[in-house]
Design a protein around this ligand. Structure first.
Ligand code: GAP
Length: 456
């Protein structure tokens, strides 16, 4: 990265400022789990709000749902997750750690070999021929590859037999597919239309998570566009563009993003690509766009025995719609947002760390800072009135310079300073995070000044 950001530096910045803490911290953590702190949860909520605005509120003919995390297990048979949502795993018999064979090959070949295109036998052969050793202990002492299903199982009721086995959903998409006809009927929507959802998904990931890049519990923001088969190619292009524009509008630099077509398409997919972002760990997937044909609805029709057909009200034609899916991990987007926003800037006598978030997603919009403690009554008055409009913070501890730095570090776009003149003229100084320029405005105009800058 141009800002020399490493994942280690970001993790410690996030912990120190309250964006993200290690999960179960006082118990030495639980691998690949993280907790969002006071400003992390604000950032996350703002990202979700911006996504929802773009892909539901402003998106033609799109509707939201919030489906249950626990679904009838047949859903996961129909979707193919029970049979094939698995990774090729090998255990190191020396140090008893588990690894993904495809990741071992990718790391060993420095990305030159594409394990996606290999069978398990071919991967085992590659690992043997190239003597790929355990990255943990350095020994070459592998079990054969076994497919390891990523779905978390749980059971309902008290009996832990197969009858009661249910799964924590590994993606939100199925909640949108199974509600296709419910939404269509209740909204009286005509195909083409879209269903969107934001919610938790769970995957039993055993590989190193790289902070919140890969976690076992995460949130997805997914949009399914239901359309006629002959419209799906066009929608695929449209959603590629919409996904790209969303990132640019959030402030991502174009040269930190690139499209990557999938090397290997799922048997039902007509087209699939990712948008990759230049994370500190290198180019990695940020989101996916898939033309899934009518596979999902057809499978649910087959497994549920319920018709998933849509009847065109004009032509009376009956058909199972195709789906173009756009899926992005909220936590992964938050990570990319942190990486993109982070900057270390050399000032005259110091280096300032600043998060250049788009103001719409910044955790706090305004920090209210009395120049001295004995101005706190007036400052609290201003703070309390501004809190009615947007998230604000208040800080009266330390020098004003230190307090500006604290707000820069968490990306607060505006700092409002109350000084002794404020008591006389009812004006404050408002400082812009990015330019560090200050101007004097009336207290009654602060909200009017700030609000338009928060639009997304
Ligand atoms: N419904 C399609 C689907 O789930 P996916 O590529 O498996 O496709 C979509 O996941 C997005 O969800 C990814 O692009 C990524 O942003 C996010 N994601 C997937 N697994 C994740 C994990 N273990 N931790 C955090 N985010 C994850």
């Amino acid at each position: 990265m141009e800002n020399n950001l490493t994942m280690e530096k970001l993790v410690s910045h996030c912990k120190a400022t309250g964006f993200v803490y290690p999960g179960s911290d006082i118990y030495d953590g639980l691998a690949n789990t993280w907790d969002y702190g006071p400003i992390g949860v604000e950032l996350k909520n703002n990202i979700k709000r911006a996504w929802w605005k773009r892909f539901v509120q402003e998106n033609e003919n799109s509707f939201g749902v919030d489906a249950a995390i626990l679904m009838n297990p047949k859903v996961w048979e129909a979707s193919g997750h029970v049979a094939s949502f698995s990774d090729p795993k090998m255990d190191c018999k020396s140090c008893k750690t588990r690894h993904r064979a495809d990741n071992l090959i990718e790391a060993h070949s420095k990305g030159a070999v594409k394990p996606d295109l290999m069978t398990n036998e071919e991967m085992e052969k590659y690992i043997a021929e190239h003597h790929v050793c355990c990255p943990r202990c350095g020994n070459f002492n592998w079990t054969p590859i076994r497919q390891f299903n990523l779905m978390f199982e749980t059971s309902r009721g008290t009996i832990g037999d197969d009858q009661s086995k249910i799964y924590l959903r590994p993606e939100t998409a199925q909640g949108e597919f199974v509600n296709f006809l419910n939404v269509q009927r209740t909204t009286r929507a005509k195909v083409p239309f879209g269903i969107a959802q934001i919610g938790k998904a769970f995957r039993n990931e055993i590989t190193p998570g790289n902070f919140i890049f890969r976690t076992i519990e995460f949130e997805q923001m997914e949009h399914q566009q239901f359309c006629r088969a002959d419209q799906s190619e066009e929608y695929y292009k449209t959603y590629k563009q919409k996904a790209w524009n969303f990132l640019l509008d959030l402030g991502f630099a174009e040269d930190h993003l690139k499209f990557k077509d999938h090397d290997k398409l799922a048997h039902y997919a007509a087209a699939a690509c990712d948008i990759n972002y230049l994370f500190p760990i290198g180019w990695s997937e940020l989101n996916g766009i898939h033309n899934r044909t009518n596979y999902d609805l057809s499978r649910h029709q087959e497994f549920s025995g319920k018709s998933m057909q849509y009847t065109d009200p004009i032509t009376n034609e009956k058909y199972i719609p195709s789906v173009v899916e756009y899926s992005i991990g909220c936590d992964r987007l938050l990570l990319a947002t942190l990486c993109e926003a982070y900057a270390e800037e050399q000032l005259e006598n110091e280096t300032r760390i600043v998060m250049h978030f788009h103001p719409a997603i910044a955790p706090y919009k305004v920090a209210v800072l009395p120049l001295q403690k004995n101005l706190s009554e007036k400052a609290k008055e201003v703070y309390n009135s501004l809190r009615k409009h947007f998230m604000c913070t208040y800080d009266e501890a330390g020098s004003i310079g230190k307090r500006y730095r604290r707000q820069d570090q968490i990306g607060t776009p505006f700092c409002v300073t109350i000084d002794f003149d404020s008591l006389e003229d009812n004006c404050v100084t408002i400082r812009d995070r990015d330019t560090m320029k200050q101007e004097r405005i009336k207290i009654e105009d602060i909200a009017k000044f700030v609000s338009p800058k928060l639009e997304f």
